[in-house]
Ligand binder design. Structure first.
Ligand code: P6P
Length: 338
C-alpha cells in the first residue's frame, strides 16, 4: 500500500496551525520558526565540537580569523539574535546573562512575547559527546505594548506560558514544542535543512519503568525521597516490575527519554543545596509545561511547578517531573515530609 504521507516541515506546520485561527497575528508561529533557525545554526557548531582543537578552542582565533566563542555563548547569541531581529519578542532572559535583556526598538517594543531560555543546557557534556539541548519558554508580556518590556514580564508563573520547547542535539537533532493545543516533535532532515514533523501529538505514557536521579547525592536527600528511590529498586512483579535507573546528567536528554517512553526525573533538594540545582524559569517551567501538556505532572515536591510565583530570574527549585502514575506514587512519599 502506498502511503502518501506529506512530511510537514516546521514552517508548514506552524503556518497550518496559525491558519486555523484567522485572527492570529502570526507572531507566535514566527517566533517558533525563528527558534528553529537558531537551532539549525547551533546544531552545526555542536556537531563539530569534537573538532574544536582543529577549529580552535574558545578564546582562540579560527582559520577564518574569527574569535572562537564558547559554544554556550555562541548558542546564546544565536537565539538572542533571531529573537531580537524577529517581529515577535520584546526581550529575553537567558541562563548565560545576569539580567534580562530589553530589545527596546520600535518593532520589539510592540511585540507580544518575551522568551526565557537556556541556550545550551548540559554544555559540560559536549567534549564527551553526550546529547545536550536548548530549552525555552514563551510568555505573553503583561506590560503594555509600545514601551520596553519590564522585569515583571519575566517573573510570571509558569502557568502563564503560551508555549515552551526544547531542542535536543543527539543522535538526531529534534525540536519539540508545546502550546495549549498539544506537543509536537520535529526531526532535522540534513538533506533539506528543515525540521520535519516526526512525532505528532506526543503523549507521555501514564507509567514507565525508568527513574532518573543522581544516586551520588543519595545520602543528601530527605529520608522519604530515599525511601521512594529504594522502592524503585525493589520493584517486583507484584508491584509493577523492577524499574531501570537511567541518568545521563543532561536534563534535556533525560526528560526527553522519559517523555517519550514513560518515566520519572528527579532533582531533589540536598543538604548542600536545599533549593535544588535546576533553574525555575528556563529549565523547570518549560519542561513542566511540555510534560503536563503531554499528560504528565511536574512539582517541586510540594506544589505544581507552574504555580510557583518567581521572584528572581535565576532562582532554583527542586524538580520532579514525569509520568502521572509514577508522580502520584512519589507523592505518597513526599507527603510524609514535614
Ligand atoms: P548533576 C547540567 O549541568 C544540568 O543543569 C542538567 O542538564 C542536568 O540534569 C543536571 O545539571 C545534572 O546535575 O548535579 O546530577 O551533575
Amino acid at each position: 500500500m502506498i502511503v502518501n504521507r506529506k512530511i510537514l516541515t516546521l514552517d508548514e506546520f506552524t503556518i497550518q496551525q496559525m491558519r486555523q485561527f484567522p485572527s492570529a497575528t502570526g507572531e507566535l508561529s514566527s517566533l517558533l520558526r525563528d527558534i528553529g533557525l537558531a537551532a539549525k545554526r547551533v546544531n552545526v557548531e555542536v556537531n563539530k565540537a569534537g573538532l574544536v582543537d582543529i577549529l580552535g578552542d574558545a578564546g582562540s582565533v579560527n582559520v577564518q580569523g574569527e574569535d572562537v566563542k564558547k559554544l554556550d555563548i555562541y548558542a546564546n547569541n544565536q537565539f538572542m539574535g533571531v529573537l531580537q531581529h524577529g517581529i515577535s519578542c520584546a526581550g529575553i532572559g537567558s541562563e548565560e546573562l545576569d539580567d534580562f535583556v530589553v530589545f527596546d526598538d520600535e518593532i520589539s517594543n510592540n511585540s507580544k512575547y518575551v522568551v526565557q531560555f537556556d541556550p545550551l543546557d548540559g554544555s559540560g557534556n559536549i567534549d564527551v559527546n553526550i546529547s545536550i539541548g536548548t530549552i525555552f519558554s514563551v510568555y505573553r508580556r503583561i506590560s503594555k505594548p509600545g514601551v520596553p518590556c519590564t522585569k515583571e514580564d519575566f517573573l510570571q508563573p509558569g502557568n502563564r506560558q503560551v508555549a515552551a520547547g526544547y531542542i535536543i542535539y543527539g543522535s538526531s537533532t529534534m525540536y519539540v514544542y508545546a502550546t495549549k493545543r498539544g506537543v509536537n516533535g520535529f526531526t532535522l532532515d540534513p538533506a533539506i535543512g528543515e525540521f520535519c514533523l516526526s512525532h505528532p501529538d506526543i503523549k507521555c505514557p501514564p507509567s514507565g519503568k525508568v527513574y532518573s536521579v543522581n544516586h551520588g547525592n543519595f545520602f543528601q536527600y530527605n529520608e522519604h525521597i530515599r525511601e521512594y528511590i529504594n522502592v524503585c529498586q525493589k520493584k517486583d512483579k507484584t508491584n509493577g516490575g523492577p524499574y531501570t535507573q537511567r541518568y545521563i546528567g543532561s536534563m534535556v536528554a533525560d526528560v526527553h527519554r522519559n517523555l517519550m517512553k514513560g518515566g520519572i526525573f528527579m532533582y531533589p533538594g540536598t543538604t548542600d543545596k536545599p533549593g535544588g540545582k535546576l533553574r525555575l524559569l528556563y529549565e523547570c517551567n518549560p519542561f513542566a509545561f511540555i510534560v503536563e501538556m503531554a499528560g504528565g505532572r511536574a512539582t517541586d515536591g510540594k506544589q505544581r511547578i507552574m504555580d510557583i510565583q518567581p521572584t528572581e530570574l535565576h532562582q532554583r527549585t527542586p524538580f520532579f517531573v514525569g509520568s502521572v502514575d509514577m508522580m502520584d506514587e512519589l507523592d505518597t512519599y513526599l507527603e510524609k515530609i514535614k
